[in-house]
Design a protein around this ligand. Structure first.
Ligand SMILES: Nc1ncnc2c1ncn2[C@@H]1O[C@H](COP(=O)(O)OP(=O)(O)O)[C@@H](O)[C@H]1O
Ligand SMILES: [Mg+2]
Length: 284
């Protein structure tokens, strides 16, 4: 269980993280979903001991986080957003070095490397140089490197940013496998689909705060079921309705080329994180 109490991180006067109270149960997968600058990366860096909070506390299974604690660090794994791999090493060497730095025995390292190369389906790449790997395989290597020392909590910052849809799905499968093996996963993303597919809870973040938190199904159940999209005067107006009939009646009165569709998680995201008053468009 990860718990934070009024977690705050300031940079100068700006509160990048502004009073977070998170509860993330063991074995669950949690997504921090939000626009650029919302404070997602800062939150992950705080949770993974890379950054000190300005105020507030973090608890892991009831134990207050001491940033310098080796025992705490051994429980956590982190995959940063940017590629941070030694270009001139092979995947096996990358894993070996990580294990060495975490004080794993030679034998344990060897067993883990065999297991993880198979786990990630990287048998054919294990002896290539990192610089020769595809973007997807580099990302997979970063993920297995982060779990090499057997942490029970894995943090990932935008794990599939910049990857194409089919590679993204293979990364999702790798993360699902970790999750079903019992690992707690906390990730940030601005891909709504990623949060829906991988996570059982989503915290929507905006301006350093969690502005809404629920399961993907919970978000959908509180959202009006239909949307009218009406493009005019060079912008699209989105209006939300509880049922198809009221949406159709609205269109009939508009005399435009407006279209109606079912709402989706992206609509929930926009309604919660958009600061431009989109809540006023709820016509329920
Ligand atoms: N090291 C830093 N120094 C100064 N400002 C920072 C630093 N890191 C983040 N910020 C600011 O904090 C806010 C949140 O950033 P970040 O956590 O990276 O958001 P996100 O990952 O959601 O895009 C941004 O306005 C960003 O400019
Ligand atoms: Mg970020």
């Amino acid at each position: 269980m990860i718990k934070t109490e009024n977690l705050i991180r300031q940079f100068g006067k700006q509160k990048a993280v502004d009073g977070l109270n998170l509860h993330i149960p063991p074995g669950s997968a949690y997504a921090l979903l939000g626009p650029n600058g919302a404070g997602k990366t800062t939150t992950l860096r705080l949770l993974s001991t890379l950054l000190a909070p300005t105020e507030g506390e973090i608890y892991v299974d009831g134990e207050k986080m001491q940033r310098a604690s080796k025992a705490m660090k051994s429980r956590l794994g982190m995959v940063s957003q940017h590629f941070s791999l030694q270009r001139d090493m092979t995947p096996r060497e990358v894993l070996k070095l990580h294990g060495y730095l975490h004080g794993m025995s030679r034998r344990d390292r060897k067993e883990q490397i065999e297991r993880l190369i198979r786990f990630a389906g990287m048998e054919a790449e294990q002896k290539k140089l990192v610089s020769e790997l595809s973007g997807g395989n580099k990302r997979k290597l970063m993920i297995v490197r982060a779990v090499m020392h057997r942490p029970d909590i894995l943090f990932l910052d935008e794990p599939t940013v910049g990857l194409d849809a089919s590679i993204r799905r293979s990364i999702w499968d790798l993360l699902k496998k970790l999750r079903y093996a019992g690992m707690t996963i906390v990730l940030t993303t601005h891909y709504i689909e990623e949060a829906r597919v991988l996570c059982d809870r989503i915290g929507m973040m905006s301006q350093g705060k969690i502005v809404a938190e629920d399961t993907p199904e919970g978000f959908m159940s509180t959202l009006p079921a239909y949307v009218v999209e009406d493009y005019r005067d060079e912008r699209t107006d989105y209006s939300y309705f509880p049922d198809r009939d009221s949406a159709a009646n609205y269109i009939a009165g508009q005399n435009t080329t407006a279209t109606v569709r079912r709402s989706n998680l992206e609509d929930a995201y926009i309604l919660h994180t958009d600061t431009k008053g989109s809540k006023e468009r709820l016509r329920a």
